[in-house]
Structures are given as structure tokens and as C-alpha cells.
Design a protein around this ligand. Structure first.
Ligand code: FAD
Length: 275
């Protein structure tokens, strides 16, 4: 049975909290290995992730893992968060450099995710299973694809136990990435990140920002369906389920779903896959 995990973001309003509760209840029925909760750099957002992780653990009995980024943060702030997560019983972290929100100038004391992984290992030893991010289609700020592969290897050498990829729609990019880093000596599991398609124009905007390529044929088919929401949904489910199927058959060690706090698009894919 392929392990699955679900990613949520921390809700900030009452409506968003109710939405997350509904989504968590529905997705909990699929017995995820764990769920994760994203982290936004800086200021008041510092408390949103720990609060959500606590809620998911206590109200939904889910093994909730926080994302933790170093951009814009100090060692002291990161150390305090690590202590909070230990107290909450968390045993897994998704560890990132992060991106500064526009307009926020504070750089932070650690520059790259590899430095954050090193810091966490230094402060907490083996208390946490550490996941890092991987980019089968290359991180958008990388000098070049080979430098990005080497920097990925640095994160694993710094002490990561596994990786979750940025989402992609081209399975070959994932298989190639895994082959390349195996040659460089990386043997940790690399779990593909899966983006069920809920809102195509939003997906286009996200993809431009994070460097994920939407194949032209998917865009063309989506455009041709126009306002026919049922056909769009059906096609999107088919495309993502076929991708998951190919990844699992090709040896992917799990599937990590970017839910955007919605249950239905992820459930549609899981139902079609019969996982
Ligand atoms: P890094 O691994 O530090 O890499 C960042 C860039 O720096 C890359 O281009 C890399 O090639 C380059 N680099 C690394 N080391 C060096 C070096 N020594 N010298 C020169 N260049 C170097 N963002 C959030 O803000 N919050 C989240 O919760 C969040 N969750 C995510 C979850 C997953 C699974 C993924 C895939 C991404 C997530 N992101 C999140 C986005 C992520 O923070 C951004 O993609 C960010 O721009 C890079 O983070 P990273 O950890 O990959 O950085």
C-alpha cells in the first residue's frame, strides 16, 4: 500500500478554520501516514503553524508535521519553534528556506535550507525526521540545473531523512531527478508532491511563481472545455490520477498531496486510483 500524506495551510479566519476542519475530517478517512502544515515567514504568522499543528493533532488525531522555514527568522526564533514542536509530540518536520513575503526585508540568520537542517540536527539531534524540498524541474532561482542538484545533495548530507518534491505534471522529470541524485550518492526516499487540479487559472499563477511546467496539451484541453465544469473536473482528475499511477508503478515511495485545504479534488484522484 503506497503511503499518502496531505498538506494543509494554516487558516486565518473562522470560515477558513471551518473549511480545514471539514477537509481534515474527510481526508482522515484515507488513513494518511501524516499531514503537514505550511509555514509563512515572519511576524504574527509565526504562531499560525504551531496553532494549526496542535489543532490537527488534538482535534483530529492526525500525525501533523509542521513546515519550518529559515528565511526572515533568527536562530532563537527557530529554536523556540523546535521546542514547541517537541512539546506537541511532533516527530517530523518539513524543512525549507522559504520565500520572503513581498515587502518584507529581513533576511534571516540562516541562508539556505541546508543550513537550517544543520542547525536542527545540532540543536535537537535525532529528535525529528527531517524532510526537505526537491525540484524535479529545477528551483526557479537556481544558477543552473546541475548547481540545484548539488544543493539538493547538500541538504541531504546535512541530515535530511527524505524529500518531498515540488509538484509537476511530467513524470519523466521526477524519474530523471531521482536517477541523477542516486548517482550523486543520495539514497533517501523522494516522495512526489501532487497537485490535484481544482482551479486552473490559480494553478497557472502558482506554477509561474514556483517554476512548475503545465504541459501545453493540458492547458489546451482545459481551455477547450470552457465553462463545462463537470468535464474540466473529470479531465483534471484523469490527468492527475494517471500521473500518480505512473509514479507509483515506477517506484515512487509515497504520494504527498497539496490539498489547498480542499478535500474533493484530492478524494477524486484517490478514488480513481483506488489507493
Ligand atoms: P534551498 O534548498 O535553500 O534552495 C533555494 C535556492 O538556493 C535554490 O535555487 C538552490 O539551488 C539555491 N542554493 C541552495 N544552497 C545554495 C548555496 N550553498 N549556494 C548557492 N545557492 C544555493 N515555502 C514556504 O514559505 N512555506 C512552506 O511551508 C513551504 N512548503 C514547501 C513544501 C514543499 C514540499 C516544497 C517543494 C516547497 C515549499 N515551499 C514553502 C517553497 C520553498 O520555500 C521555496 O521553493 C523556496 O524558494 C526554496 O526553499 P528550499 O527549501 O528549496 O531552499
Amino acid at each position: 500500500m503506497t503511503p499518502i500524506s496531505f498538506e494543509f495551510y494554516p487558516p486565518k479566519t473562522e470560515d477558513q478554520r471551518a473549511q480545514l476542519d471539514k477537509t481534515a475530517r474527510r481526508l482522515a478517512t484515507r488513513a494518511p501516514q501524516y499531514v503537514s502544515c505550511t509555514f509563512g515567514a515572519g511576524g504574527s504568522t509565526l504562531t499560525h503553524t504551531p496553532d494549526t499543528v496542535r489543532h490537527l493533532r488534538e482535534a483530529h488525531a492526525l500525525d501533523a508535521a509542521p513546515h519550518l522555514s529559515c528565511v526572515g527568522g533568527t536562530r532563537a526564533e527557530i529554536g523556540a519553534l523546535l521546542e514547541t514542536y517537541r512539546t506537541l509530540g511532533c516527530r517530523r518536520l518539513v524543512t525549507l528556506r522559504g520565500d520572503l513575503p513581498s515587502g518584507m526585508a529581513r533576511a534571516g540568520e540562516l541562508r539556505y535550507a541546508s543550513e537550517l537542517v544543520e542547525f536542527i540536527r545540532d540543536q535537537t539531534g535525532d529528535a525529528f525526521h527531517i524532510e526537505v524540498a526537491a525540484y524535479p524541474e529545477t528551483h526557479p532561482q537556481a544558477r543552473d540545473a546541475h548547481a540545484d542538484l548539488r544543493h539538493f545533495v547538500d541538504k541531504v548530507r546535512a541530515g535530511a531523512d527524505g524529500a518531498i518534491t515540488q509538484y509537476f505534471f511530467n513524470a519523466d522529470a521526477y524519474f530523471r531527478f531521482v536517477d541523477d541524485v542516486r548517482v550523486l550518492g543520495v539514497d533517501v526516499p523522494i516522495v512526489p508532491g501532487i497537485m490535484p487540479i481544482a482551479n486552473f487559472s490559480q494553478l497557472r499563477r502558482f506554477s509561474d511563481l514556483c517554476g512548475a511546467e503545465i504541459p501545453r496539451w493540458i492547458g489546451q484541453r482545459m481551455a477547450a472545455f470552457g465553462d463545462d465544469a463537470a468535464s474540466v473536473r473529470d479531465f483534471a482528475t484523469d490527468v492527475v490520477a494517471a500521473l500518480c499511477d505512473r509514479l507509483v508503478r515506477g517506484g515512487a515511495p509515497g504520494l504527498h498531496f497539496y490539498t489547498l485545504n480542499l478535500a474533493r479534488p484530492t478524494l477524486n484522484v484517490l478514488d480513481r486510483l483506488a489507493l
